[in-house]
Write a protein that binds this ligand. Structure first.
Ligand SMILES: NC(=O)c1ccc[n+]([C@@H]2O[C@H](COP(=O)([O-])OP(=O)(O)OC[C@H]3O[C@@H](n4cnc5c(N)ncnc54)[C@H](OP(=O)(O)O)[C@@H]3O)[C@@H](O)[C@H]2O)c1
Length: 335
């Protein structure tokens, strides 16, 4: 079997094809033939050395595939079942805890840029019915994060106003989940053509964050008094504008650090005089993933896939992600 590993501390030139034997599952494990993965900004950071990992680590936190063999003690799954990975295989249910989130797929444990792997029978969920493997591979990181931010911690209600920032994988899922829930969606984007596409998909108004550095005020204005929820993807580079965009009592989910936003300062009087509920999250639990799958099955929305690459075109796929041309998800299809 083939898998791709990170060598020499990372970098797109250090992603190497490695050949090894197909592993045998232990009693409590399943053997999965992986058929697709999708790119997340987290995977990009791991692959390029921005998040250091051990030499030989298999990257990519998302995977979808078919069960080929089950261990003797596995009761929940059978050969032929279609499954998808979990970002935190150790976080099954309940609130987050350090021990539950210690194992991160494609970072502290091997990910899914591999033709086969054995993993605990608890470390996967089913894929939504009717979904292809390529579609399912977009969900475990990006969609679950948007689901957790809006539905689980944000308690989104029909009629609420939601701001998504940019048109990357997580934000576009945020838009889809919000629209399917009867919310009104506002967005920012650096691209006029992507802004038009957002509007054609049902977004009320789009502000160009590169042309208007006070885009938070602009969103406050077009949303007529501010939004109820923001999915913040820029951290230090966006948080003050996210606060500006909120109505009094709004909810901001701190999710990302795009545009070098690892650190930054917050205008605190704005935060407390607007009674903002600021909440950090990291992806979600297996329970949340299963709830999201149920919601996908009843609303029937499909992920927006921008471009598909082959298994060994991983470096090319990351370069495309780096270019920022994508709208929604980038996928690798293995066959
Ligand atoms: N906390 C978590 O559990 C979690 C889970 C998933 C993702 N994340 C984080 O969320 C962020 C997005 O991840 P992703 O995988 O969706 O990334 P991605 O697909 O690579 O998103 C790239 C897009 O983000 C937009 N963007 C870049 N800088 C921006 C800025 N300053 N303001 C607004 N939009 C900006 C651009 O959209 P336009 O081209 O439209 O301008 C760009 O095309 C990353 O920081 C990632 O680490 C965190």
């Amino acid at each position: 079997m083939k898998r791709i590993i990170i060598t020499n501390g990372g970098g797109l030139d250090h992603l190497k094809v490695d050949e090894c034997e197909i592993p045998k599952p232990k009693k409590s494990q399943i053997l999965v033939k992986w058929l697709a993965t999708s790119l997340n900004f987290h995977d990009y950071l791991v692959a390029t050395g921005g998040i250091p990992v051990m030499n030989g680590r298999v990257p990519m936190s998302d995977g979808a595939g078919e069960i080929i063999e089950v261990g003797a003690e596995v009761l929940d799954w059978k050969v032929g079942d279609k499954v998808m990975s979990m970002f935190f295989p150790g976080w099954q249910d309940g609130p987050a805890a350090f021990e539950k989130i210690a194992g991160i797929s494609g970072e502290s444990i091997d990910g899914y840029l591999t033709e086969y792997s054995c993993l605990s029978a608890n470390a996967v969920t089913k894929i939504p019915s009717g979904y292809s493997y390529t579609e399912a591979a977009t969900l475990p990181c990006a969609a679950l994060t948007a689901w957790n931010g809006l539905m689980y911690t944000g308690r989104l209600k029909p009629g609420d106003k939601v701001l998504i920032e940019g048109t990357g994988g997580m934000s576009i899922f945020g838009m889809q989940i919000a629209l399917a829930s009867g919310a009104k969606v506002y967005a920012t984007s650096s691209s006029p053509s992507k802004a038009e596409r957002l509007k054609s998909l049902g977004v009320e108004a789009v502000v160009n964050y590169k042309e208007d550095e006070r885009w938070g005020k602009a969103i406050y204005k077009v949303s007529k008094g501010g939004v109820d929820h923001v999915l913040d993807v820029g951290g230090g580079s966006t948080m003050n504008q996210s606060i500006e965009a909120c109505k009094i009592g709004g909810h901001i989910t701190s999710i990302g650090i795009l545009s070098n936003g690892r650190k930054g300062s917050i205008t605190f009087p704005k935060l407390f005089f607007k009674f903002i509920n600021l909440r950090g999250i990291a992806v979600g639990s297996k329970k949340m993933q299963n709830e999201m799958i149920q919601a996908i099955e009843s609303t029937g929305f499909s992920p927006i896939i921008d471009k598909t690459f082959a298994f060994d075109q991983i470096a090319e796929a990351f370069k495309y992600q780096e270019s920022g041309k994508h709208f929604g998800k980038i996928v690798l299809k293995y066959e």
